[in-house]
Ligand binder design. Structure first.
Ligand SMILES: [Mg+2]
Length: 324
């Protein structure tokens, strides 16, 4: 067992709080679905779609103020992810909420320059002022870019990225049923914020200090290595892509699945509750297997289902275009 001193260090390094206040009125995301991010080498990267709540952070206030605790090792994880992937945050929350989280992550956690997805820039757009920057660190999509009729499903083809090169990490499998081979389910990040919440008048620094790492719930948070644990798998996907850009990253992920994962190829069954939805969707193995699971089987019922989904996606995209 690790000593409490070690745990104290782990928590201090990786758990921060962030306080932001923005009055943005009725926020409307200013951009259509984004083009791929340019890279320093001009080369393309596979795309990593990251859910926000309970995947990357735990929010304890989200009104006009957004305060959250970041998951342990988030800084390390995002630094790695940005190097190997085009990173897109995708929340089922509102756009301005996502923009506040972007501010906390890009400015406070990673020390990156402010981007157009930052709440401060969105606020300008809402007030009719030209944004100061068009810089992008990572894209951020919100619930307005989900299939609302389908429980705010984040339907990957709507990003304009090839499905074969896109991976989504989420603690909730609701977005996985129609693109099951692309999903990775992560254990939800739980953190009892009650200690922090009880001290509303504190400065940011004092709030950080309020997190008492001797508390059992914080010790648990410090031991949360879920993000770190995914790095070997993601490294494997990125390396396969780098070695041969025609590689399907989605297919490479098949090396990290149990054999029963082929059951997810039936999308209708994936959408139903039950064992596929509750216990198979999005699961990955801890180590890479020698052989990938078989290629997806064409299920006749999928075709009809996908037709209606494509119609919903096209209607949503045309709404965005009409706002330009
Ligand atoms: Mg979530």
């Amino acid at each position: 067992m690790r000593s409490s001193r070690t745990l104290l260090k782990a928590a201090k390094l990786d758990v921060i709080t962030n306080r932001l206040s923005y009055d943005v009125g009725k926020g409307v995301w200013p951009l259509p679905l984004p083009p791929p991010l340019p890279t320093a080498s001009k080369g393309k990267k596979p795309t990593l779609l990251l859910d926000i709540d309970e995947t990357l952070i735990r929010t304890f206030t989200a009104d006009s103020t957004v305060e959250f605790v970041v998951r342990p090792f988030l800084k390390q994880f995002l630094t790695f992810a940005m190097k190997e992937f085009e990173v897109i945050f995708w929340t089922a929350g509102r756009d301005i909420y996502g923009a506040c989280v972007v501010d906390g992550i890009e400015r406070h956690l990673l020390g990156l320059p402010t981007s157009i997805y930052n709440a401060s820039e969105i606020q300008k757009v809402v007030k009719g002022v030209t944004p100061t920057t068009d810089h992008v660190n990572f894209y951020c999509l919100s619930r307005y870019q989900t299939l609302t009729e389908r429980n705010y499903m984040k339907y990957i083809p709507m990003t304009g990225r090839p499905l074969k090169n896109s991976i989504m990490i989420d603690d909730n499998v609701r977005s996985f049923p129609l693109t099951p081979r692309n999903g990775i389910k992560i254990k939800p990040f739980r953190f009892d914020c009650s200690e922090v919440r009880r001290k509303p008048g504190f400065s940011e620094e004092e709030r950080i200090n309020v997190i008492d790492v001797s508390e059992p719930n914080t010790v648990e948070a410090a031991n949360d290595t879920e993000l770190l644990d995914l790095i070997p798998l993601l490294t494997d996907l990125a390396e396969a892509y780098r070695a041969k850009p025609s590689t399907s990253v989605m297919r490479q992920l098949d090396y990290w699945r149990e054999s029963n994962y082929v059951e997810t190829d039936d999308f209708t069954k994936c959408l139903e509750g039950g064992s596929i939805y509750d216990s198979i969707l999005g699961t990955v193995t801890k180590t890479k297997n020698d052989k990938p699971i078989p290629t997806p089987v064409a299920i006749p019922d999928n075709k009809e289902l996908m037709k209606s989904v494509e119609e919903q996606a096209a209607a949503l995209q045309s709404r965005f275009k009409s706002k330009l």
